[in-house]
Ligand binder design. Structure first.
Ligand code: SF4
Ligand code: FES
Length: 551
């Protein structure tokens, strides 16, 4: 394989690869602003320039310096090239670029949301000169409201044009332009046209500095306090790879996680902001039993004991039991609920909850797809139910098939009210055990209500629209006294089989473990749950990198 050297170390390259790509692939840092793997190459920021020596065929292939520094983001590797990013000429360029970029920059890091994840800040430490020689007045540029999600602080912009290229090449909407020339040029939108495409907030992630900011996250949290947990889109069928960023049990933002086979570097605004129901004031927080006074938070163990007692009484008395498994549940939740129904020994019927859709699938210019299906796991739920009940029913067929069922376990976990009049009608006169997260018309009429946990609050597996199984991890603890559907089903089964209900933890019920459940799914013939689940690399708790000092 052909080789180049970077700062004296040899690296192999494939034909067509640029110097910067080889450096990144091998963990060698070359500073870069305008280059991004998902966008065209413009080589405009000039920070990645390096001194390159190349073999000269007219001089016995002896290495000779190329007179000008070359942009490593744009220069293809050539056999035998020697690249120096640490030579005096390269270092002088890096310092000059940094000085130039900071001439009109307000250096307002203490009040900038990007502080802590800003490449201007990082490169300033690594490649800058440490002090400014600029004594003239800085040019002040305005703040602009670009659209529903994005603010522009123009005076922090370094004109890398990543945002401009994103809107041309990935969304195909071209709302963002460079306006003006020289030191007064600015990023802008056309008059009357907001940055309102459905992927608009990706420009915030792309912006290497604090120029494009997220209105939703603005001044909410310092980024060095945030912990990242790898997760999967929990509200559409895309299976987009995301990170949930949180601190002290509260979610603050969702960011895309790079996966070239699924979502590349992008997510839709719907996925980025659609998780807010996790902290909805109206979340269901405590169990309830119809006919009993609502429980107080201090009585949570009593509430669970009463709710479990009533639920196992209903399951025990059922002549026919029905399970409606929501497509918002994980495969593991579905497994434990179906196992509860199977081990109750009652005749049963199982079905998949309603699958919300909105319009048609839409593919953007850069290939990103917004899925019309607004549930993360319809296929996974179907697949898991299928190993308990060969005739798993879709929602409408399920409603038709439960006429002779007297007890129904209903699960929701949708981000908004999902209960249809048809469902209310079909459940009339039946005993209902409801596990849900938000209030709906069923909450008042259910015989037993158990508060469920959203996908951010539990671990599990989703199967996306393309049949890809992907694991996600709990980012924060469930709100108040809510539990995952899997844990509720495990607790109920333990209570049912022992014949008594007790406060959680007193029946010896296992704590839910998603990996163990995947093993149980494989044991039932679904080998994919061991062999083919995609688990995020390097999953683990990422701690803040600040040293915490006890005062
Ligand atoms: S706003 Fe950000 S992404 Fe856009 S050109 Fe300026 S620095 Fe680059
Ligand atoms: S990253 Fe190479 S010129 Fe900008």
């Amino acid at each position: 394989m052909p080789q180049i050297t970077i700062n004296g170390e040899p690296y192999e390259f494939e034909k067509g690869e640029t110097i910067l790509q080889v450096a990144i692939r091998n963990g060698v840092e070359i500073p870069h602003y305008c280059w991004h793997p998902g966008l065209s190459v413009v080589a405009s920021c000039r920070i990645c320039l390096a001194e390159v020596w190349a073999p000269n065929p007219r001089n016995d292939n002896r290495l000779e310096p190329i007179p000008k520094l070359l942009p490593t983001c744009q220069t293809p590797c050539g056999e035998g090239q020697a690249v120096y990013t640490d030579s005096p000429k390269s270092i002088a360029n890096q310092k000059a670029v940094m000085e130039y970029l900071l001439i009109n920059h307000p250096v307002d890091c203490p009040v900038c949301d990007q502080a802590g994840e800003c490449y201007l800040q990082d490169y300033s430490y690594q490649y800058g000169r440490g002090q400014s020689r600029f004594e003239e007045d800085k040019i002040k540029q305005p703040k602009k409201d670009l659209g529903p999600h994005v603010l522009l602080y123009s005076d922090r912009c370094i004109m890398c044009t990543r945002c401009v290229r994103f809107c041309r090449e990935v969304t195909g909407t071209a709302e963002i332009v460079v306006e003006g020339r020289g030191s007064t040029e600015q990023i802008d939108v056309f008059p009357g046209i907001a940055l309102a495409n459905e992927l608009s907030a990706n420009v915030i992630d792309l912006c290497p500095v604090g120029a494009l900011l997220d209105k939703d996250f603005l001044f909410q949290q310092r980024v060095w306090f945030l912990k990242k947990t790898p997760s999967i889109d929990g509200i559409t069928a895309s299976g987009d790879n995301i990170s949930t960023e949180h601190n002290n049990g509260q979610g603050y933002r969702i960011k895309p996680r790079e996966n070239l086979e699924v979502n590349k570097w992008w997510i839709s605004d719907e996925i980025r902001y659609g998780w807010k129901f996790v902290h909805d004031e109206a979340r269901l927080r405590l169990p309830a039993v119809r006919g009993e006074e609502p429980f107080e938070p201090a009585e949570a163990p009593v509430a669970y004991e009463a709710a479990y007692a009533r639920a196992i009484e209903l399951i025990g008395a059922a002549k026919k039991l029905a399970l409606l498994a929501s497509p918002m549940l994980s495969c593991e939740d579905t497994f434990h609920l179906a196992e509860l129904v199977e081990r109750s020994g009652r005749p049963s019927v199982m079905g998949v909850g309603p699958i919300p859709r909105s319009g048609e699938d839409r593919v953007f210019a850069g290939g990103y797809t917004i899925h019309a299906e607004k549930a993360p796991n319809a296929r996974g739920v179907r697949r898991v139910l299928g190993c308990f009940d060969k005739s798993v029913r879709e929602f409408d067929a399920f409603l038709g098939a439960i006429a002779d069922a007297d007890t129904v376990i209903v699960t929701g976990n949708y981000p908004s009210d999902w209960v249809t009049p048809k469902l209310v009608e079909a459940l009339r006169g039946k005993k209902v055990i409801l596990i849900d997260t938000l209030p709906t018309a069923l909450v008042e009429s259910a015989d037993v209500l158990l508060p469920g946990a959203t996908w951010v609050e539990k671990s599990g597996t989703f199967e996306n629209a393309k049949g890809r199984l992907q694991a996600f991890f709990r980012a924060i603890e469930p709100i108040d006294y809510a539990k995952s559907e899997a844990q509720i089903a495990i607790d109920l089964l333990a209570a049912f089989e022992s014949g008594e209900a007790a406060p959680p933890g007193e029946l010896g019920a296992e704590a839910f473990d998603a990996a163990r459940t995947r093993g149980a799914l494989a044991a039932r013939g679904l080998q994919d749950f061991v062999a083919s689940v995609h688990v995020p690399e390097g999953h683990g708790k990422v701690e803040a990198d600040m040293v915490l000092v006890d005062l």
